[in-house]
Design a protein around this ligand. Structure first.
Ligand code: PCA
Length: 214
């Protein structure tokens, strides 16, 4: 069993990205599965392409992409990627798409192929705050989720993929307003490891009363 796990390079005014910093802390083997770690650029075109190239090269069983969601307080596996880009700031290639489809002629959205409720359950059972998110936003992380799911749905039907956002690392919050949420990098890494265990244990997702009332 092989799992490709990606994290992004820093973007905006940040000097680190907790998604890739946490990947560096992951073991190389989790429950017998080989973990392939890859840093990808925060760029609408090159980010998804780097992941799709690695899928072609390594032919993993699963793909789990990770990204930073500054302002969130929990680990948040994403439920859906949408065919839409609307960038508030330029990406690391100075690309700033507005009101654009990611794949012209592509479907409006793809749902995750990972057991997001089982992932959340496993993290919470082990003391890591987590919930399912129903919007990955409109920046590079949503583009990653949508484009990877498009590739898997159209070219690699045996490989399953999805995305998880993680909060700022604590060090990123020191110059931000009081109350800005952050998580210890070791806990972020633990959450990713628990999520991978949940993926391996749950070929089909569990039924859970997780959800929203708004
Ligand atoms: N987070 C951004 C892009 C890269 C990252 O780590 C996002 O949520 O779109």
């Amino acid at each position: 069993m092989k799992i490709l796990v990606t994290g992004f390079d820093p973007f905006g005014k940040e000097t680190i990205n907790p998604s890739y910093e946490a990947l560096k802390l992951l073991p190389d083997i989790i429950d017998g599965a080989k973990i392939i770690k890859l840093e990808v650029p925060t760029a609408f075109k090159r980010g998804p392409q780097a992941t799709i190239d690695a899928i072609e090269k390594y032919r993993p069983d699963y793909v789990l992409c990770i990204g930073q969601a500054g302002g969130r307080s929990q680990m948040t596996p994403e439920f859906v990627g949408i065919n839409y880009a609307q960038a508030r700031i330029p990406d690391n290639d100075e690309d700033q798409p507005l009101a654009s489809p990611l794949v012209s002629e592509g479907p409006n959205a793809y749902f995750t192929q990972l057991p997001v409720y089982a992932m959340v359950n496993k993290m919470k059972e082990n003391g890591i705050p987590a919930s399912v998110s129903y919007s990955a936003g409109t920046y590079v992380c949503n583009a990653m989720l949508y484009c990877v799911l498009h590739a898997l749905n159209t070219k690699y039907p045996k490989i399953k993929g999805g995305f998880m956002h993680v909060p700022y690392a604590i060090s990123q919050t020191v110059d931000r307003p009081s109350g800005t949420p952050g998580m210890n990098l070791n806990d972020i890494a633990k959450g990713i490891e628990l999520s991978i265990k949940a993926i391996l244990e749950n070929p089909a997702d569990i039924l859970s009363k997780e959800g929203t009332t708004h």
